[in-house]
Design a protein. Structure first.
Length: 200
């Protein structure tokens, strides 16, 4: 998709705050500092639209980005940041579970992992959670520009095996630096959101 118009519609914490335009939604999840904001910026052809922060745990709401009046990207709070209190983590957990379990407009989830390392226990829990709700999943392995090309197949294999991905789950290796994987990610989004050639 060629993206020209993007708007942060709302930062929501409760269902009554969700947008009422009912466009298809694609959620993006991942550990704090995994590169979620960088991925969003690459997908929408902006440099700093989605804020990249040096302070992990900064996103505390569901941020709905209206893309071309056709779909929403929903940036969800990053997980696994130690300085966030247990009470806060539980509150985020309830907010995410409500959204993932109840939101009819949700068409799929892009779950980011750092391709340089074996996925963590929290990464595995997120995939198990998404499998439980039978949501379409695209795992995106980030920061692959830091992995030699000769080792990328191995990195992909480790991600797939550790997360116990099934045949319906997608996996794309991505670099915000050289845009590797961008087109494949957009193809998945367009398929799940039922968007073709800029039309729903």
């Amino acid at each position: 998709m060629q993206v020209h118009n993007v708007e942060l519609t709302i930062s929501a914490v409760r269902p009554e705050q969700y947008p009422d335009k009912y466009y298809p939604e694609i959620a993006l999840s991942g550990r704090s500092n995994v590169g979620k904001s960088s991925l969003i910026n690459v997908l929408i052809n902006r440099r700093k639209y989605a804020r990249t922060s040096s302070q992990p745990g900064k996103t505390q709401t569901l941020n709905f980005y209206n893309i071309e009046e056709q779909l929403y990207f929903v940036d969800v709070p990053g997980y696994g940041y130690a300085k966030v209190s247990q009470k806060e983590r539980e509150k985020w957990g309830r907010m995410l579970e409500t959204y993932f379990a109840q939101r009819k407009e949700l068409r799929g989830v892009i779950s980011l992992v750092d391709a340089r390392h074996e996925p963590s226990e929290l990464d595995k829990q997120m995939i198990e959670f998404l499998h439980y709700y039978d949501l379409p999943i695209l795992v995106v392995g980030t920061k692959i520009d830091k992995i030699p090309r000769s080792k990328r197949n191995k990195a992909e294999s480790i991600i797939r095996k550790t997360l116990q991905l099934n045949k319906n789950d997608g996996l794309v290796l991505f670099s915000a630096l050289d845009k590797t994987g961008k087109d494949s990610i957009w193809n998945w989004i367009e398929e799940k959101a039922n968007i073709r050639d800029g039309r729903k």
